[in-house]
Design a protein around this ligand. Structure first.
Ligand code: COD
Ligand code: ATP
Length: 197
């Protein structure tokens, strides 16, 4: 079974992914793959430079993620262009990694996909688990983690489907407004309910 783990930016997906790995459940991470497919020499890297110009690369010719972020999180048309370049390669690699784990005998694989609902990727998974947080918790954890300005944090949050709308689409929801210990307890209960542990 493939479980699609999703949420909003800074809602706690990576934190949950780490807990899942501690149960020996493999996690395929869309953000990590999205970084790998835009490394120098990759086809997506070339297309990004063609579309966004040399302004979005640094002195070592690596992608300047902060600069590209400041472009795409403030412009939905440009975000769409970037998504159309990066997402096919990410999807392809995610399917391949999940298939490897299943081939190796794991009965469950988790795909951590921030844009699972926005990009209509639910066909790639059997069940969806949403990590939900209230708006103010999301905002303060995001600013604390990434040292964003208020505007930077708000534009990133606004570039995703509101978490309250994702609640209606998910098979299960874990609310992560409380402590890490509470999160762990809720996750364990959900995994037991799904007979995963
Ligand atoms: C714009 C980029 C270079 C900014 O890089 P940066 O290192 O600052 O952020 P990072 O990649 O760690 O993403 C952090 C979070 O931002 C959110 N996010 C990223 N890309 C997008 C997007 N296109 N639309 C909405 N939210 C996004 C996700 O919640 C993600 O977890 C990078 O996010 C990117 O290449 N995005 C396009 C690919 C993508 O959609 N990735 C998300 C999962 S496939
Ligand atoms: N229950 C919690 N209590 C306190 N801090 C938390 C809790 N859950 C997550 N955090 C913190 O909130 C921040 C965001 O969590 P995390 O990085 O797991 O989110 P994410 O959904 O993976 O974000 P992104 O979409 O940006 O990758 C991190 O700094 C994390 O340590």
């Amino acid at each position: 079974m493939i479980i699609g783990l999703t949420g909003g930016i800074a809602s706690g997906k990576s934190t949950v992914s780490n807990l899942l790995r501690s149960y020996n459940i493999p996690v395929v991470d869309a953000d990590l793959i999205a970084r790998q497919v835009v490394e120098q020499g990759q086809p997506a890297y070339v297309k990004i430079v063609e579309n966004f110009g040399i302004e979005v690369i640094d002195e070592e010719k690596n992608l300047d993620r902060k600069k590209l972020g400041s472009v795409i999180f403030n412009d939905s048309a440009k975000r769409k262009v970037l998504n159309e370049i990066v997402h096919p390669a990410v999807r392809h690699e995610m399917k391949s990694q999940a298939a490897h784990y299943l081939n190796d005998g794991f009965s469950h694989v988790v795909m951590d996909i921030p844009l699972l609902f926005e990009s209509d990727l639910t066909h790639m998974v059997d069940r969806t688990l949403l990590i939900f947080v209230d708006d103010e918790v999301q905002f303060s954890r995001l600013v604390m983690r990434d040292q964003f300005t208020e505007d930077e944090a708000r534009s990133r949050i606004a570039s995703q489907m509101p978490l309250k709308d994702k609640v209606k689409l998910a098979d299960a929801v874990i609310t992560n407004n409380g402590s890490l210990e509470e999160l762990k307890v809720k996750l364990e209960a959900q995994l037991k309910e799904w007979n995963i542990i």
